[in-house]
Design a protein around this ligand. Structure first.
Ligand code: ZN
Ligand code: ZN
Length: 218
């Protein structure tokens, strides 16, 4: 069961099409798993659509989000329970992520940062001011306490972790601003794989050294 959802500001930004490409992928991935947020986005899009009729100079396709939601609903219904069981590993990656990286999870070449943390960068184009990546943390690892250089949007794809904000399992979103500090602890038994979008390259460069600093001692 999903316990942590998109915050209201993210729902509105997504419906308005103002998120960075990387953040949009994270939101779309959550929407694949979460009927509740699909309803919230559809509502925001409907409200935004009625505002557009009063402001015709803004070029946003009013039906775009609904089209996406309909597509997601249809693709969910087409997957039989049997298919789900026989392709458990493939189902870790959301469709919108598989569509970009074009390879199954087992084929991903992780860049090991040491101390149980690995990264895989997902290209989202030169126009993206932020970064998108998959992050894998080994089961049982306790991360150092850290903040984030900017906004960070994390979606858990497998395994789970807990921090002062709660327990986060598959489908749960952590929508953190630069002010929030936390210390995630990954549950035993399964590596935790997350889809993470960070809002600027500068912040991304800061993120890893700051994250690793307390354990590497650099
Ligand atoms: Zn949700
Ligand atoms: Zn963090």
């Amino acid at each position: 069961m999903i316990r942590h959802h998109l915050d209201d500001a993210t729902v509105l930004s997504y419906a308005a099409g103002t998120l960075t490409p990387g953040a949009s992928v994270v939101v779309t991935a959550h929407l694949e798993m979460c009927p509740e947020c699909r309803r919230r986005v559809a509502h925001a899009e409907a409200v935004g659509g009625s505002m557009l009729t009063e402001a015709p100079e803004v070029s946003l396709s009013p039906g775009a989000v609904n089209d996406l939601l309909e597509m997601l609903d249809v693709s969910t219904r087409k997957t039989s329970p049997v298919q789900k069981l026989s392709h458990v590993k493939d189902n870790v990656l959301p469709r919108c992520v598989s569509g970009i990286i074009n390879k199954p999870l087992e084929k991903i070449q992780w860049r090991r940062l040491g101390y149980g943390v690995s990264l895989f960068r997902i290209e989202t184009g030169d126009n993206d001011p932020g970064k998108l990546f998959l992050m894998k943390i080994e089961s049982g690892r306790k991360m150092p306490e850290h903040g984030h250089g900017g906004n960070e949007m994390t979606l858990v794809l497998s395994g789970s972790y807990h921090d002062k904000l709660g327990t986060f399992g598959r489908g749960d979103m952590a929508d953190l601003d630069g002010e929030t500090e936390h210390q995630p602890v990954v549950a035993d038994g399964e590596d935790c794989i997350c889809l993470v979008a960070i809002d600027s390259p500068t912040h991304f460069k800061d993120f890893i050294p700051r994250l690793m600093q307390p354990i590497t001692g650099i």
